[in-house]
Design a protein around this ligand. Structure first.
Ligand SMILES: [Zn+2]
Length: 252
């Protein structure tokens, strides 16, 4: 969470640089602004220029830049064995895979809606979890993209609950992720739930904090029943466990 303090009241402020864009919410007196800001899993370490575009009370515009340093993460390597069709999909599955990838990508491009949540998220499944966010994965001996979420090994049928209020952006069966739900929590924040054995919600509906959205399963590219949980903030792939530590942030 980014907090910006101004010596004089402003009418608005946003992160608007080439490297990062995010809205900031104005606190009552116009001197304090808050916003969430995500750094993508694959972003190279080094300096990041954060450009803040603002408007003064008298309507004049200004821009300031602050440089942040992105530190390197340390990610393990995970060898995995899965059914061969999930490492080298058959030719007839490729059009389906491409269409699904485009559908999911279009969700991240949707305009940012109002924020639905007002505090820390809860875990979507009770029980153990593996913080394998960022792990480099080698499927059947072949390197694939890094793991962009965390996994909860749990018996098939274990309820999966919404960690915070949101709107269901997608609820369907996809090739790699199997039974899939994507929640739009507003403010540019999305969470995803993969490999579900059952979907309990439909696209478009609003879910409340703790509502059952499906059940753990082993559909799609898996080694056994588990929930894969991931998060996107303004397009950046972030560790969903960081959402458990959000401060309480009343709705505007
Ligand atoms: Zn996973």
């Amino acid at each position: 969470m980014l907090t910006v303090r101004s010596s004089r009241p402003l009418s608005q402020l946003r992160i608007a640089g080439k490297e990062a864009q995010a809205p900031l919410e104005r606190a009552s007196d116009g001197r304090v602004f808050h916003g969430l800001f995500g750094i993508d899993l694959a972003r190279k370490p080094g300096n990041l220029s954060l450009v803040l575009d603002g408007t003064e009370i008298d309507g004049s515009a200004f821009s300031v830049t602050r440089v942040m340093r992105v530190l390197s993460g340390r990610f393990p390597s995970e060898p995995l064995r899965v059914a061969p069709e999930f490492v080298e999909p058959p030719a007839e599955a490729l059009p389906r895979i491409d269409a699904e990838r485009e559908r999911v990508a279009s969700i991240w491009r949707e305009p940012v809606g109002p924020r639905h949540w007002a505090g820390p998220f809860r875990l979507p499944v009770e029980g153990s979890l593996r913080d394998n966010f960022g792990a480099r994965r080698v499927f059947n001996g072949q390197p694939r993209s890094p793991h962009n979420g965390v996994d909860f090994p749990a018996p098939a049928g274990t309820p999966v609950r919404a960690p915070a209020p949101g709107r269901v952006a997608l609820a369907e069966e996809l090739y790699f992720s199997g039974g899939t739900v994507i929640l739009d929590h507003g403010g540019g924040l999305f969470t995803s739930y993969f490999h579900l054995s059952r979907l309990d919600v439909a696209a478009g509906v609003l879910v409340r904090d703790g509502q059952e959205i499906g059940a753990v399963g082993s559909t799609g590219r898996v080694t056994g029943p588990h929930l894969h949980w991931s998060a996107r903030l303004e397009g950046a792939r972030i560790n969903p466990l960081s959402l458990l530590h959000l401060p309480s942030w009343p709705l505007p």
